[in-house]
Design a protein around this ligand. Sequence first.
Ligand SMILES: Cc1cc2nc3c(=O)[nH]c(=O)nc-3n(C[C@H](O)[C@H](O)[C@H](O)COP(=O)(O)O)c2cc1C
Length: 335
Amino acid sequence: MSESTLHKRKSDHIDLAFLSQVSENDTRFIYEPALSGLDRGIFQSEIVFGSKKLNAPLWISSMTGGAEKALLINTNLAKAAKYFGLGMGLGSCRPILDPNSDCSDFNLRDLIGSQPLFGNLGIAQLNELMIASNSQSVVTMLKRIDADGLIIHINPLQEWFQPEGDAYGKSPIEVIKWVLSWADFPVIVKEVGQGMGPKSISELLQLPLLALDFGALGGTNFSFLENQRREDLRKDEWKGAVKLGHTADEMANWVNCVYEDPNIQVRTANIIVSGGIKSFLDGYYFKQKLKMPSIYAQASQMLKYAIQGEKELFNYIESQLQGLNMAHQFLSIRK
Ligand SMILES: Cc1cc2nc3c(=O)[nH]c(=O)nc-3n(C[C@H](O)[C@H](O)[C@H](O)COP(=O)(O)O)c2cc1C
């Protein structure tokens, strides 16, 4: 290190010392500084996810498609997934269920290489397809984009809040079982930001899913978002309901209970912890807390940087994977 760099650093320390007082600790973790060397590189570890491999336990949650900025955002996300060896869910593929539709926003296979790329459909569309006994549209749609599997989002509260939202008659469990009865591809089931309670978790974990993705309360909240799009009296009268749902912490506890219950046969292979995962610390915490194999996922954090550009997104993911490496070296969670 040059003398001028050292001098500048010492001067910064004096200037910033009074602005750097922290009196709280993150009580989720135990920190052991004396037991490990410090490697400042990124976390890399081969993780088996179905028939595919990830280099880190990080998933890019389903987001946009079919909107103006979608192609640029999806391009940046897919390139990052390939570079860092991550997996990615697409936003709702409803617009490309029609085989004559333009699917260029969703056609990311060349960019993402062999990393996992999953299509996405809402439970309301699948309800309609089930009633019409039309599984072929889903198969064709996934083939058009060369997807590795399907993510099904369950979002009744979002639909309820959405001014133009759908209704559906059959229960999501019934519809998912229908999909599993003919699907020859892996299926992931998620909420979109309200999470789900213990009975839903228990029922879903007993299905042969590749993953149950929390979509927990605590981050992007689609009920809140849709309510802000309303212009009628319900905008005020319904707003208390945006807080309904469950956090990732609550859900992790319920998953552990189901997993350890000798009377329940868990057939789901993985958990994806998502919904309000702000950083590697949250991700690491939940990975340590869960007794089932798990990875974690982010939507809005990825979006924030993917909109800015490829360089910004790569920089963000690199910083997160460096953080994850630090966490593995020095942190364990309090039991
Ligand atoms: C702009 C945007 C669009 C989204 N679109 C979808 C979607 O089409 N399908 C879906 O399953 N989830 C969708 N989500 C929900 C996310 O996948 C995720 O479950 C939710 O945002 C919570 O994660 P977060 O707190 O990290 O943002 C979307 C999220 C964002 C921010």
